[in-house]
Design a binder for this molecule. Structure first.
Ligand code: PEP
Ligand code: MN
Length: 263
């Protein structure tokens, strides 16, 4: 079902007034995690002003260490819903398990499945029954086939609104957190009709690489970007080192739109 041989026409996904897919460049921005209402509102205001169309933020966080900030859970989801109302921006947030799926689906416009859950098949089956579009991030060591087969679970379950998100794969390098695999973008455009967006933040792990990788992603044909932004990155409770300052996000949106207009 994910193959272009089965469906030649590009899938376009509409969330509120935003369209994701061929011909569009959708920029999503926001903090790694929702840390409280005031900081989330401050960041959302800046994301919106810069030209970001969708607000991102984690309420349920898949953290490597159980001793680090795990997210605000339901309280974080409620803050995201307030942001949607106040700024007229759809919101995307991660779902980690079947138990919280109903909750996440109630508050989010797009449900995100993270890299660590790409092959959580029961979660994929649940996502197939969701009324929300699903953003499926690539597993950090997943091949293209494994990733597309994970998407296939969601489509086979009845939900054809799937957005793929490349976020870097694990390699031997130490100069970045992961290695952004941009060659996967043209291959997906050829083999699948699903929209493909790129998350340069989790690929890079450091903010200096985010702007050049974003330009490159758009040049490679990505339909959008998902970028971590924080009003005070040095105070962030997670992923501060890769979070852009709001001014940097303004620059990124400008460069990305100009790059997209050139194509
Ligand atoms: C995220 O986008 O919040 C996230 C945790 O990313 P990933 O699943 O790609 O690590
Ligand atoms: Mn993060």
């Amino acid at each position: 079902l994910v193959s272009r041989e089965i469906q030649p026409a590009d899938t376009l996904i509409r969330v509120g007034k935003v369209t994701i897919g061929q011909g569009h460049l959708t920029i999503m921005g926001g903090p790694c995690a929702i840390e409280g209402e005031a900081p989330a509102m401050a960041i959302a205001e800046q994301v919106k002003a810069a030209g970001g169309q969708i607000f991102r933020g984690g309420a349920f966080k898949p953290r490597t260490s159980p001793y680090t900030f795990q997210g605000l859970g339901l309280e974080g989801l409620k803050i995201m819903a307030k942001i949607r109302e106040r700024f007229d921006m759809p919101v995307v947030t991660e779902v980690m398990d079947g138990e919280t799926f109903d909750q996440v689906e109630e508050y989010a416009d797009i449900v995100q499945i993270g890299t660590r859950n790409m092959q959580n098949f029961s979660l994929l089956k649940r996502a197939g029954q969701s009324r929300r579009p699903v953003m499926l991030k690539r597993g950090m060591s997943a091949t293209l086939e494994e990733w597309l087969m994970a998407a296939e679970y969601i489509l086979a379950g009845g939900n054809s609104n799937v957005i793929l998100c490349e976020r870097g794969v694990r390699t031997f390098v130490r100069h970045s957190r992961n290695t952004l695999d941009l060659s996967v973008v043209p291959v997906i455009l050829k083999e699948s009709h699903l929209p493909i967006i790129v998350d340069p933040s989790h690929a890079a792990g450091v903010r200096d690489q985010v702007l050049p990788l974003s330009r490159a992603a758009v040049a490679a044909g990505a339909h959008g970007l998902m970028v971590e932004v924080h009003h005070q990155p040095d105070q962030a409770l997670s992923d501060g080192a890769q979070s852009l300052y709001p001014e940097q996000f303004i620059t990124l949106c400008g460069h990305a739109r100009r790059m997209h207009a050139m194509l």
